[in-house]
Design a protein around this ligand. Structure first.
Ligand SMILES: [Mg+2]
Length: 324
């Protein structure tokens, strides 16, 4: 990591943002919370580095995050990057557009396995699932938008077992929840990871912690490191970003926009949403941080205390969405 400059020009905060949940609505899958985009642009203009850290593909990020940022007028000098597919794929964004996409091929699932899963979906699971052709390193199979969660979940367990079998058939070691099937050398290099709306098959080396590490590499190359960090997410796995930063001895607090599962004990502060959730909470936190940077607020704790309580119905609807 580069040494901070002595002239006090280090950004006050660096942001690592999960996308589905805190930034993109789990219902519309796009940036739709009022004020959210404007706050992101204000923070970028103030010199805060922003890195999106997601399991999504670069194609999804381009469509749902990069294009809206560029259309709204990303300021000159903004430091914006995206780490996709849990650390395996990354690119940078400037006011001129989206930079070249890089892929760590060593972390990619073998292409022949991806083709085998695509055939499996075509032959047996296409009524409830689709194969995500935009992924470069992971294999992702998602719930179709025109079926219910119940219909999807009824087939997903069978799919997960088949996906694990196909790893074995390809000579690859795999893990599905508690079940481990090592390869001939005794290695388990891949995991089958079911979420609420998808199953991902990925290298065991990928995750939000790997994404955080990649983010810091990108920021070390393009300017001064921030004084403190904020990581933001809607899932328990998003805490891995803050875990990793804290393990490096860095000053970090994690913002949990959907603490429905409870807030775990951590060695760093957690700022949990109290009166809002998902992207509404993400927007409230970004607005508060912008006020802190402007000198109009002391800190970003209690960032949504001023909001009316979210209606129980809207919370339930939002909680049924993506957790990636
Ligand atoms: Mg998420």
């Amino acid at each position: 990591m580069s040494e901070p400059p002595a002239d006090g020009t280090r950004p006050r905060f660096g942001l690592l943002l999960d996308v589905d949940g805190p930034v993109a609505s789990p219902v519309t899958r796009s940036i739709s919370a009022p004020g959210l985009l404007a706050s992101l642009l204000e923070l970028a203009a103030a010199g805060l580095p922003i890195v999106f850290n997601t399991g999504r593909s670069d194609a999804f990020l381009r469509l749902e995050v990069v294009e809206p940022l560029l259309a709204a007028g990303l300021p000159a000098g903004a430091r914006v990057h995206a780490v996709c597919e849990k650390g395996a794929v990354w690119f940078s964004v400037s006011p001129g557009g989206m930079g070249e996409v890089s892929v760590d091929e060593a972390l990619a699932v073998p292409a022949a396995y991806g083709r085998a899963v695509e055939r499996l979906v075509d032959e047996r699971y296409s009524a409830t699932m689709f194969y995500d052709r935009t992924k470069r390193a992971m294999v992702s199979v998602e719930q179709r938008l025109d079926v219910t969660s119940q219909q999807y979940l009824a087939q997903r367990h069978g799919f997960d077992a088949d996906a694990l079998d196909l790893l074995g058939a390809a000579g690859l070691g795999g893990r599905l929840l508690a079940e481990e099937r090592p390869d001939a050398a005794g290695r388990v290099d891949y995991r089958v990871d079911p979420t609420i709306i998808s199953t991902d098959v990925e290298s065991v080396l990928l995750g939000k912690d790997r994404g955080a590490e990649r983010a810091l590499e990108l920021l070390a190359a393009d300017g001064a490191m921030p004084v403190a960090w904020r990581t933001v997410g809607d899932s328990r796995t998003d805490y891995a970003m803050a875990d990793w930063l804290h393990a490096q001895g860095l000053d970090v607090a994690h913002v949990d926009v959907r603490p429905a599962d409870g807030v775990p004990a951590t060695p760093y502060p957690v700022l949990a949403a109290r009166r809002s959730t998902n992207d509404a909470a993400g927007a409230a936190w970004l607005a508060r941080l912008a006020a802190v940077v402007r000198g109009e607020a002391a800190d970003d704790a209690g960032f949504d205390d001023h909001l009316p309580d979210a209606a129980p119905g809207s919370l339930a609807a939002a909680d049924g969405g993506s957790t990636r």
